[in-house]
Design a protein around this ligand. Structure first.
Ligand SMILES: [Zn+2]
Length: 54
């Protein structure tokens, strides 16, 4: 998977552009809105769509 333009914070459902992407995965992310930095709490836009679309 290519590096996405942004990630979505599951905590506040806001996009964040502050993240590190390596080997098809997120290794670091930070949400300016809710200050979350739990990598598990961030999804790519595609994954987020799949999650809410079902
Ligand atoms: Zn957030």
């Amino acid at each position: 998977m290519a590096r996405p333009e942004y990630l979505i914070c599951l905590n506040c459902e806001s996009p964040t552009y502050i993240f590190e992407w390596k080997d098809d995965d997120v290794i670091e992310a930070y949400c300016e809105i809710c200050t979350s930095e739990e990598v598990d709490q961030f999804l790519t836009p595609d994954d987020f769509d799949a999650l809410i679309g079902s």
